[in-house]
Design a protein. Sequence first.
Length: 186
Amino acid sequence: MPVIGYLHAGSPNPPEAEFRRTLAEVGFVENKNATIEYRYAEGQYDRLPDMVADLVRREVTVIVAAPNTLAARAAKAGTSVIPIIFMVSDDPVKLGLVASLNRPGGNATGVNYFISELTAKRLGMLRELLPTVARVGALVNPTTTLAEAFTKDVKTAASTLNVQMEIAPAQPWDRGRVRPTCPYQN
């Protein structure tokens, strides 16, 4: 029976249900013909390497690094043998997860949400929906790898559309814990 390692930098949340449903659609039902080993760092990113090491010791069939760059980087650093499926919002080549988009090579592959690349398009769509909008705000987590590119792209797009852009730094709420540094974070 295949064992799927599910690595998440955050806390348990509803996307797991979608993950299980999608697996079932392709024939893998949890506790029937597949096992899922869940690991949650709960915002304590320094725990990710140990969680990956535990999944490697358990000889999981595949590691799914749930939507987070830090989880993907930790998985990649933790094994070069076990297949890794990642979901990231920054360029996986730039992050060192794959050699190239068309030929990833190695043991990792996944999805890039192209958040930075779609910034101008999204702002343009907002302008079409609200043609009189003059000022737009965006919250950006300054600790992510895409913060700089996103900020630059959104300001350029706003200038082109004659919209004033306000950028405010914001980090995900972590229930009062101080975030430790992580070797996989830029």
